[in-house]
Design a protein around this ligand. Structure first.
Ligand code: NAD
Ligand code: ZN
Length: 353
């Protein structure tokens, strides 16, 4: 679990105060990975104080993080500094959260990040790392994984050293998120809840967080009387609870298929989950009805026919990626999932998208 967290509008102002005691010396900088949407945004960047060799690295977020990109960031740090950093701080969405976590792990674990994709392969504790989300829904601020696309697979580095040492939850930072993106990333949280609450891995720990997040999502996306501020505050907590819920269970069918779309077509996580979830009545009947209501209420038009022009070989690549995520299927369907989930079944589903 994340060991320290502050919550509140304006809590981002405490950043300096939080970091100061963690500084290891003049040659051990704080490295800030900041979503490049904030480049030139004085309101946000003026609150990041740089001392000694501290540095801001603006991260492009058109594409999801790759293992090669993490290795490059790590090499850049090692070449530029005589000592390991005092800390790594990520300020942005799920992409930046994952980059901050992965870089902090790879600074203390030898070799290439692709070799750590999987479960509990990390040997050494990470560098002190801080997550500051600026968009809510993924739960990446609280989870024990960092999802990376490598040469062979899209898979997280899951480990006890992955979670942040400190998180700053300041809902005000989400005020300028574009509406479509707000919906896609918010629906990631909704889908986490549905997959967790309807999974065979469910337990009282996951359920208690999942139910709370689910309730918050209903308020936010179907309620009528919420102010913008309340909606931002609640979505930030929904994201947290949704992330906590899957931390002790697993995601399911939507994520498995969405990873396939992400791997082959570069479709991003939030929108990919929405595209997939729209066609999963068979697996999550009530969740899908609710999702369609939310989509209609917020006038969201999802892309259609994205798999229409794919050939057999391409469809098979996506199917391979999806089927390789065994724990997701086992959670969704049960131990005998292979009887129900065949290549033909997935082919049919992908062709609907
Ligand atoms: P994102 O990081 O892709 O960001 C989406 C867009 O929102 C970007 O264009 C970004 O610039 C913009 N944005 C972010 N904050 C903004 C703000 N305050 N104002 C204006 N624009 C803003 O989106 P995401 O949905 O948060 O993250 C998706 C990523 O998270 C994927 O890479 C996915 O694999 C990963 N993920 C990780 C976990 C985990 O547990 N580690 C869980 C789910 C998803
Ligand atoms: Zn997700």
């Amino acid at each position: 679990m994340v060991s320290r967290v502050v919550f509140g509008r304006g809590s981002f102002n405490q950043l300096d105060e939080i970091l100061a005691p963690m500084r290891k010396g003049r040659n051990a900088p704080f490295i800030f990975y900041v979503d490049d949407v904030f480049k030139g945004n004085h309101w946000l960047t003026s609150r990041i104080t740089l001392s000694y060799k501290d540095k801001i690295v603006y991260v492009p977020t058109k594409e999801e993080p790759k293992t090669s990109q993490i290795d490059q960031y790590v090499e850049d740090i090692i070449l530029a500094h005589s000592e390991l950093p005092s800390g790594i701080i990520g300020i942005g969405g799920g992409i930046v959260m994952d980059i901050a976590k992965a870089v902090s792990l790879m600074l203390t674990n030898k070799g290439e990040s692709k070799d750590y994709q999987g479960w509990d392969l990390i040997k050494n504790p990470a560098i002190y790392h801080v997550g500051i989300p600026t968009i809510s829904g993924t739960g990446a601020e609280v989870s024990r994984t960092t999802i990376l696309t490598g040469p062979e697979r899209k898979l997280g580095i899951n480990s006890d050293y992955t979670p942040f040492d400190q998180v700053i939850l300041d809902p005000e930072l989400t005020k300028d998120v574009p509406k479509d993106q707000w919906f896609y990333t918010g629906m990631d949280c909704f889908v986490h809840c549905v997959e967790s609450l309807n999974g065979t891995y469910l337990n009282a720990f996951s359920q208690s967080y999942g139910e709370k997040a689910f309730e918050l999502c209903q308020d936010i996306f179907l309620g009528d009387n919420l102010s913008e501020k309340d909606s931002q505050d609640k979505l930030m907590m929904a994201s947290w609870h949704g992330g906590m819920s899957i931390a002790y269970s697993q995601v399911g069918v939507a994520h498995a298929l969405s990873y396939g779309l992400g791997y082959l077509l570069g479709v991003k996580h939030g929108i990919g989950n929405c595209i997939v979830f729209d066609h999963l009545e068979e697996f999550y009947p009530e969740g899908v009805v609710m999702f369609k209501k939310m989509k209609a209420k917020h006038n969201i038009e999802l892309p259609q026919g994205i798999c229409a022009d794919l050939d057999e070989q391409q469809l098979n690549v996506m199917i391979d990626v999806a089927l390789s995520l065994e724990p997701l299927w086992e959670n969704a369907i049960g131990k005998n999932w292979k009887n129900k989930i065949t290549r033909e079944k997935l082919m049919t589903l992908y062709k609907l998208m």
